[in-house]
Each structure stands twice: as C-alpha cells, then as structure tokens.
Design a protein around this ligand. Structure first.
Ligand code: PMP
Length: 395
C-alpha cells in the first residue's frame, strides 16, 4: 500500500528520542546523566496547580471555544502588552496544545506547495519538519559560532527568492542560547518588510535570559513588521508547564482565522483545565520565574567554564534559554580509545556507551560540529557528567 509520501519523509524528533533512551536506561538501573532534556527540572508553581485543582473540583471542565478560552486570550493580550509592548485583541490569539502544535498550525496556515521557509542553522529540530508537513521547503542559512550563531543580514538577503514565504526567528534560541539585539532585529525587519515575507517569531524562551540581556519581540519594532509577524509563545518553559500543553500565537486576523479553523477540526480546544491554569500562570505571582532563572544562570556559568577547561572541547557563552552548543570539531575525524568519530552522532554514541552521559548530537540541529547540552538538570549532575566526559576523553 502506498502511504503518504510527504509524511514518510518526516523524521522523528532526535531530542525526544535521546530523552526516551536515557529514561529507558535509567529504568533499567543504569546510572545515566542526561544533558538531553528540553524542559525545566522544576515543579509547576503551586498557584498554577491550585488553579487547576479548583477547576477540576468546581468546573467548568467542558469544551471551550476551539481557538481558546476568551479569558485566557485576554490574559495573553495583557501579557503581550506588558512584557513585549505588543497590542493585540483576543481575536488575534490562537491557544494551542503547546508551542509545537502552534508551529504546525502556522505553517499549515501560511504555506503553499513550493513555498520556501528560511531557517537559520543551528535550528530547533521541529522547524524543518513542520515546514515539510505543510508541503513547503526549508531553506537553511548557516550561522557561525564566530557570529554567536546569529543570522547575518547579507546571508539573509542572499537566501531570499521569489518563493520565500517566511523566515523563522528563535530568540532566545534553542539550541544556541543566542539572543538577538534590537539593532539586528531592525535590520531583519527592514528586509522582511521590503520583500513582503512573514516572520515566525518563536519567543518561548523569552523569560530565560542572563547577563542583563533583554528579550525583544521583532513584532514590537513597528506596525509594518507586526502585521507580518506571527509571535509564538507558550507556558512550557517560563512556568515549568511542559506537560500541560499550552502554547499560543499572536498574528494578524487573517492568519489567526485560518489557524483557528484548522484547529477546530484537528484538535478542538486545548485542554480546558490547563487553559484555566494558564490564566493563573500569566496573571498570578511571577517570582518563581526569577528563582528558576537564577538557578539556570548558576548552572550555565559552571557548564561554560567546565567545558572550556576540557581539552579540545569549547563553547561560547549563551545568553538565554538553557542550552550550550559544545564545539567538538577538534574530535571529528579522530579516534577516541579505538572508536572513530566521523560525526556528532558517533560522538554522542561513544559518550553514551562509555560514560553513560546522554547528549544530543548537533546534526539534529543542522550543526554536525557541535553537541547540545541542556543545563536543565542539577548542578551535581552537570559536575558529574562533565567530569565523566573529561575523564573518558583525556585520561
Ligand atoms: N520552540 C522551541 C524553540 C522549543 O524548544 C520548544 C520546546 N522544546 C517549543 C517551541 C515548544 O514547546 P511546547 O510545545 O512544549 O510549548
């Protein structure tokens, strides 16, 4: 039988696969340290949990509007105004089953077969696949470590063709931790407006920034760019709510309407209880974000310092999210204790096998000379994991 050719080309999420594998090893009693995780290792704050319990006990627990609870959309508009200086109406907001689902909706809504979507590399694993699921073609622009993995104006200009529909921006970035400056965003916005393309601005890590860095939404620069931007955000990272599955978009009405229609048939509303809890997340006490960021920052500093201490490994300083891109280029083509390292997958396999440390190979993000380490794990784990790697490579 001939199954969907388009979807046969979709690869599984490498990050989720690594995570599942390390969880499996742990279940078998193996002492695995995982740097593969893409979620905060904190509990969802109590006020949010309590809001969910109250709805479970007292209701309402039925369907909501397919595109999201009106009160939650209002709370999202308040947040966008307060944090990002963005003025939207509830009709501009679509609440989805996580940011990942929002991303799927976006490309389904904006792409036609043959359209090109520009994705700066290293990219989050889901961008290329969700573009392909919409019959469009990902076009990659390599961003170098020298440029702190940020897109350069000349490279963007060179990649734009008459088929370009959109560009994906992710600041702070998974996997690089890079944060774009206002000046850089202004340059990109100017090009986007001039060429009449759209921006998918994934801002899900906006609260996790360090070294006095400030997240700026490209949509906030002016009305013209706002009209062409689809802002993507969600509860997962800022409120340690990965399992609750609430994400959202803010866009112009035309795009919001299409996404709402798609969602009304694909999933109906996102989980009602999680939506009520998200109202509390956005409007309630915000201090836990600060505590979480402080803990991440301490681990980030340690991880950067320790990686750069290890012979032939290095990394630059990420300014946001909770990931470090570790440069392994000096090991590529070499042998480690009888194992040949041809690429980042080999490096990941060798480390997992010999040190029981799980790391995501950079190739998953289109960057084969790197490995992505998440510091959403305890300082003790980070110390132990990096010690194991150092010992294995250098002793
Ligand atoms: N964008 C980026 C860059 C991410 O890293 C993630 C989670 N890994 C998401 C979006 C989506 O998160 P969720 O579906 O949990 O909202």
């Amino acid at each position: 039988m001939k199954l969907s050719e388009k979807n046969l080309k979709i690869s599984p999420s490498v990050t989720l696969t690594i995570d599942a594998r390390s969880k499996q090893m742990r279940a078998e009693g193996i002492d695995v340290i995982s740097f593969g995780v893409g979620e905060p290792d904190f509990q969802t704050p109590d006020n949010i949990k309590r809001a969910a319990i109250e709805v479970i006990e007292k209701g309402p627990t039925g369907y909501t509007a397919a595109s999201g609870l009106p009160e939650l959309k209002k709370a999202i508009c308040e947040k966008l105004q307060k944090d990002n200086g963005l003025s939207y109406h509830p009709e501009n907001i679509i609440v989805s089953n996580g940011g990942k689902h929002a991303l799927y909706n976006i490309f389904q809504a904006i792409c036609n077969p043959g359209d090109e979507v520009i994705i700066p590399t290293p990219y989050w694993v889901t961008y290329p696949e969700s573009v392909k699921m919409a019959d469009a073609t990902p076009v990659y622009i390599e961003c170098t470590e020298e440029n702190e993995f940020r897109l350069q104006k000349s490279d963007l200009l060179a990649a734009i063709t008459p088929r370009t529909k959109a560009i994906v921006l992710n600041s702070p970035s998974n996997p690089t931790g890079s944060v774009y400056t206002k000046e850089e965003l202004e340059e990109i916005a100017e090009i986007v407006v001039k060429h009449n393309i759209l921006v998918v601005s994934d801002e899900i890590y906006e609260k996790l920034v360090y070294d006095g860095e400030k997240h700026i939404s490209i949509a906030s620069l002016n009305e013209e760019i706002k009209e062409r931007t689809i802002v993507l955000n969600g509860m997962s990272k800022a409120y340690a709510m990965t399992g609750w599955r609430i994400g959202y978009t803010a866009s112009n009405l035309e795009i919001a309407k299409i996404m709402g229609n798609i969602q009304s048939h694909a999933t109906s509303n996102p989980n009602t209880i999680a939506q009520y809890a998200s109202i509390e997340a956005l409007r309630g006490e915000q201090t836990t974000i600060e505590e979480m960021t402080k803990a991440f920052d301490e681990r980030r500093k340690y991880m950067i310092h320790r990686i750069n201490e290890i012979k032939d490994l290095s990394c630059i300083t990420p300014k946001g999210a909770f990931y470090v891109m570790m440069n392994i280029s000096k090991w590529i083509g070499k042998e480690i204790k009888g194992y040949k390292v041809n690429n980042s997958i080999d490096f990941a396999e060798i480390l997992l096998e010999n040190t029981k440390v799980a790391i995501v190979p950079g190739i998953a993000f289109g960057a084969d000379n790197f490995m992505r380490l998440s510091y959403a794990t305890s300082l003790e784990n980070i110390q132990e994991g990096l010690n194991r790697i150092d010992d294995f490579l250098n002793k």
